[in-house]
Design a protein around this ligand. Structure first.
Ligand code: TYD
Length: 210
């Protein structure tokens, strides 16, 4: 497919949403055709699913339901926005994608990486990121910051054990898929993190052109 699909991944509060926005501004300045989007959400249907998943009132939600809802939101996202944008040759920047499900539901919830990958493979029909930027930062540190600031959604409210598992899951996934994952040191300043992210993206853009 034409275009370039970039996913930004990392623990809660690693600053990737800010960087996603700044990367969008960078592409705009360079007059490149791009789409900035996020998960869960990204479409009207996806945003409704997002509300359902993250609602702190939904304490009864089982892990399988949670995993299927994330996959459903992702399937709609690929169908309605990501695949069409890539076909038009755009750069797609997505704040979280399949790796989040493998880490949070597969490892954090203990459903298994293989099992969660299977439902996601079905949902996304071969639309995988060309590049995954992983924002590395100590998860306990960032989570403390975030829940203190705004109370936290249903996933953020999970204890530090859960978030430690998610972090370990990400580390395992980086070993499993070293080819297209690049680690960004998210403990640095915003401008350093942005510069490092741009450098990784430019490398892929150059190799695609050449
Ligand atoms: P979001 O609000 O985007 O959090 P952040 O700003 O930290 O990225 O994501 C909501 C939560 O959903 C977040 O705790 C991670 C979780 N999540 C999953 O558990 N599985 C998934 O597949 C995705 C996309 C997100």
């Amino acid at each position: 497919m034409a275009g370039l699909f970039i996913a930004l991944e990392g623990p809660d509060g690693s600053g990737k949403s800010t960087i996603t926005r700044l990367l969008g501004e960078y592409f705009k300045e360079k007059d490149m055709d791009y789409l900035v989007t996020r998960e869960p959400g990204g479409t009207m249907i996806g945003e409704e699913i997002r509300r359902l998943i993250l609602d702190t009132e939904n304490t009864e939600m089982g892990p399988e339901t949670e995993a299927l809802l994330y996959a459903a939101s992702r399937g709609q996202h690929v169908h309605e926005k990501i695949r069409p944008a890539l076909k038009e040759g755009k750069i797609v920047l997505c704040d979280r994608f399949i790796l989040s499900s493998l880490a949070y539901q597969g490892v954090g919830r203990g459903l298994g990486i293989k099992e969660v990958k299977a439902i996601n493979d079905f949902a996304i029909q071969d639309v995988y990121p060309d590049l995954i930027l992983f924002f590395h930062i100590d998860p306990e540190l960032t989570l403390k910051r975030k829940t203190h600031r705004m109370g936290g959604d249903r996933l953020e409210k999970e204890g530090s054990d859960f978030h430690r598992k998610v972090y370990d899951g990400y580390m395992e996934l980086i070993k499993m898929y070293p080819k297209n994952i690049r680690i960004i040191d998210a403990s640095k300043s915003i401008s350093d993190v942005l510069a490092q992210s741009i450098e990784e993206i430019e490398k892929v853009l150059i190799s695609k052109e050449g």
